[in-house]
Design a protein around this ligand. Structure first.
Ligand code: KE4
Length: 428
């Protein structure tokens, strides 16, 4: 029987490339028809056929309070009633800047933008303007948005500049980007020994979430901090996903590392378009209109979007919020590990704060290569079985999952029970 999702997907493909406004939504990695959601409430979403799912994507991280949080919705509607946008300073964006500076000590100054891509693109341009250098260092498997200089795959050798990973990116755009292996301290040390005085910045997902969840090895972040300080390079923590997701202080708070710049997004918009970049005032003051680095945005600091973000930040700053969220996420992960062991399936899970990874391999991966060696086909079969059970995971073996404050322990236990059923079917 053709579902309404099928019908909408077929129609969408007539007008929108791939039928989606962002590629990962197209289900190309897992196969099948993407679900068109019509409603979300708390921990659940409903698709075009009226089927409900426990949602562990949460719009890829922003919905840490769950869908349609009444306080966030009210903040949005109240603010919208006073005007949607002015293209001029508002007190609302001042309050947001104050709140972010209060929550993240490494932020001396910041600027609001409308997406994570804008945040990282701007931070990299700023780092290049501040240092007068061009070389950008990133890590394979880390995703920082779709700015040209970031759509780069590793060069043939450690010290050879990257090649474009997308059509349309001129070689001279990617030619300043070096791509190293995440968690490989020796590589970073060798690079800086060879080219340290050429490196404008290192950008890193301090806890990686775009090649599934990968934690930094002991000493990795510390090595980046030490080498950037020694060579006058700017250390950028891309916390678009991890900021206010792994804890109120982000990864930098968990590991006690102070980056020079931080990029933010997702949670700070509460589901509306907000990104931010900030850090050392001596770097930030290079931005126009003070300094020579240009950066701008029509809807940057939009009061309605900022209202959603501010209300979200206010609620997640409540005492015990992240302890409860982390405990709930850990309950999911521990439950999954137990049922995988009982089913005799080579699968495991891990978490940091309110984000988790599910891996079809015996142990959590510590590198891009280990992630890629996982059993993607098994994940894809598991994915569709879970959809049938009414559990919506990220439609890719290479994405992290997200728990919200709206997920109850009963939701978590029902998810673990569904996983047990699906894993047993995998081995039947
Ligand atoms: P946006 O431009 O999509 O707002 O943010 C880009 C970005 C930057 N940095 C990190 C660490 C990110 O995770 C992202 C975006 N994350 C993906 C999820 N893997 C967004 C989903 C999508 O591309 O549709």
């Amino acid at each position: 029987m053709t579902s309404r999702n099928d019908e909408l997907f077929a129609q969408s493909q007539q007008f929108i490339p791939g039928g989606v406004n962002s590629p990962v939504r197209a289900f190309r990695s897992v196969g099948g028809t993407p679900r068109f959601f019509s409603r979300g409430q708390g921990s659940r979403v409903w698709d075009a056929d009226g089927k409900s799912y426990l949602d562990y994507v949460g719009s890829w991280g922003p919905l840490i309070l769950g869908h349609a949080d009444p306080d966030v919705v009210r903040a949005v509607t109240d603010t919208a009633a006073l005007g949607l946008s002015f293209g001029a300073p508002t007190e609302m964006e001042l309050r947001m800047a104050e709140k972010l500076v209060e929550l993240l000590p490494s932020l001396e100054k910041l600027r609001l933008v409308s997406s994570g891509t804008e945040a990282t693109m701007s931070a990299i341009r700023l780092a290049r303007g501040f240092t007068g250098r061009s070389t950008l260092v990133k890590f394979e498997g880390c995703y920082h948005g779709h700015a040209d200089s970031l759509l780069v795959k590793a060069g043939s050798g450690l010290l050879t500049f990257g090649q474009p990973s997308s059509a349309g990116v001129p070689a001279d755009c990617s030619g300043h980007t070096l791509v190293l292996d995440y968690n490989d301290i020796d590589q970073v040390e060798r690079l800086f020994a060879e080219k340290g005085d050429e490196v404008a910045c290192v950008i890193v997902e301090a806890v990686a979430g775009n090649m599934n969840l990968i934690k930094p090895k002991a000493g990795f972040l510390e090595a980046l901090r030490e080498l950037c300080t020694k060579h006058g390079s700017v250390l950028i923590f891309d916390e678009v996903m991890t900021g206010f997701r792994v804890g109120l202080g982000g990864v930098q708070g968990l590991y006690g590392i102070r980056p020079d710049l931080t990029t933010l997004g997702k949670v700070i918009g509460g589901g509306l378009p907000v990104g931010a970049f900030g850090g050392r005032a001596d770097i930030m003051d290079k931005l126009a209109p003070l300094g020579p680095v240009y950066q701008a945005g029509t809807l940057s600091g939009n009061p309605v979007a900022v209202a959603a973000g501010l209300k979200t930040l206010e609620k997640i700053a409540a005492p015990g919020f992240f302890d409860q969220l982390a405990a709930k996420t850990r309950r999911l992960v521990d439950g999954f590990n137990t049922v995988a062991r009982e089913a005799g399936v080579l699968a495991c899970a891990d978490s940091v704060g309110g984000m988790f990874g599910i891996y079809f391999r015996p142990t959590p991966p510590t590198s891009y290569a280990e992630v890629m060696a996982g059993d993607k086909d098994a994940f894809n079969r598991f994915y569709h079985l879970m959809l049938l059970e009414g559990v919506y995971l990220a439609p890719s073996a290479f994405e992290a999952g997200f728990v919200s404050a709206a997920h109850s322990e009963a939701d978590i236990d029902a998810t673990v029970a569904a996983a047990a059923k699906c894993l047993e079917k995998l081995v039947a």
